[in-house]
Design a protein around this ligand. Structure first.
Ligand code: NDP
Length: 321
């Protein structure tokens, strides 16, 4: 006899601030949420050190501790946190339809509602010296970590809107910002380019890439190379910010959920509703603009409220026994 397929009211995929906030609200609304943590339990915040900009922590808090506390808070109201990956999905088109999720390429479960909070991953250059110094002065988030380099010299890589915005942000805090752009022009909007060019302590280097990040335990400098002339130059810096884009972790939903051309899930209006009834998207998987822990938490809350309202209005089919 085949085993009965588990049917859940609400499944939350991903365990960053969006997922845990969705879990807190869903559990308190008696949706009995089950969370699958994904490969990196706690999400991107577990790779940062100090979180100084989340409201309610006057002394700051380190990322991993904050995620443990969020998990405890979600569990206090009855969220079941399971270590596991959702590796495939079969999302129903029907209102009140049942969604099928495959866990760890093995077990299939059914969900009446699904909250996606799979986040995004920052892209890195993947130079050995850059990877070695992640957490030792190499960061992919100027808003999170820029403050630690107050009054110091830093560099940033990238020529898009994120890099331009982060370079301007750093210029307000740091002594000098060297901005490395691999092409002979910036991809960022004209307004952002203007902002960068108007700040006297940003030194923009076009046609320039990183040859090596210098430093043993922490970043001490950078060897840059001009990709037109081959000329190399070393500068002293204490912080290096990589701002070459993010990849939303939405691959398993491709072909089923509406996404923009870069893979961010599209949500309807001000809600977290996707094009599939009962499937809601929150956090960085649907937001390429703000990408903050606090904004992710806000959309996680919205997703749980949207799921609760949806379940209150639909009838789901009986479980097959
Ligand atoms: P983008 O993809 O727009 O830009 C990435 C930048 O990084 C490009 O300059 C690219 O160079 C460069 N890059 C990529 N790979 C490498 C590499 N290996 N080495 C060196 N440089 C590299 O990403 P963003 O994160 O900047 O923006 C993503 C989206 O979000 C965009 O649509 C943007 O407009 C939007 N956004 C809007 C904001 C706003 O409106 N306030 C703020 C932030 C983002 P190249 O040009 O040569 O490919």
């Amino acid at each position: 006899m085949s085993e009965k397929i588990e049917r859940l009211k609400t499944v939350i995929i991903g365990s960053g601030p969006a997922g845990y906030t969705a879990a807190i609200y869903a559990a308190r609304a008696d949706l009995k949420p089950v969370m699958y943590t994904g490969m990196e339990p706690g999400g991107q915040l577990t790779t940062t050190t100090e979180v100084d900009n989340f409201p309610g922590y006057p002394e700051g808090i380190d990322g991993p501790t904050m995620m443990v506390q969020l998990q405890q808070q979600a569990e206090r109201f009855g969220t079941e946190v399971r270590i596991g990956m959702v590796t495939a999905v079969e999302l129903s088109d029907e209102t009140g339809g049942i969604h099928k999720l495959t866990i760890d390429s093995d077990k299939v479960i059914e969900a009446e509602t699904v909250i996606i909070s799979t986040g995004a991953s920052a892209k890195y250059l993947n130079l050995p010296s850059e990877q070695r110094l992640r957490g030792g002065g190499v960061s992919a988030c100027a808003v999170c970590d820029g403050f630690f380099y107050k009054g110091q010299d830093v560099a940033i890589v990238g020529g898009g809107d994120t890099a331009a915005e982060e370079a301007s942000y750093l210029a307000n805090i740091c002594n000098k910002v060297t901005m490395l752009i691999r092409k002979d022009h910036m991809r960022a909007s004209k307004a952002m380019q203007h902002r960068v060019n108007s700040l006297k302590n940003i030194d923009v280097r076009y046609n320039t890439e990183i040859d090596e990040v210098l430093g043993d335990q922490v970043v001490e400098g950078l060897r840059m190379v001009n990709n037109q002339t081959g000329k190399k130059e070393e500068i002293a810096i204490t912080g290096l910010f990589i701002a070459i884009g993010h990849t939303p972790n939405t691959g398993i939903f491709k072909g089923q959920l509406d996404m923009d051309e870069t893979g961010y899930i599209l949500t309807k209006g001000k809600s977290t509703k996707t094009n599939k009834p009962g499937v809601f998207a929150s956090g960085d998987a649907q937001d390429k603009e703000y990408r903050q822990a606090v904004t992710a938490a806000g959309t996680g809350c919205m997703a749980a409220l949207d799921a609760e309202r949806y379940l209150a209005t639909v009838e789901t089919p009986e479980e097959v026994v």
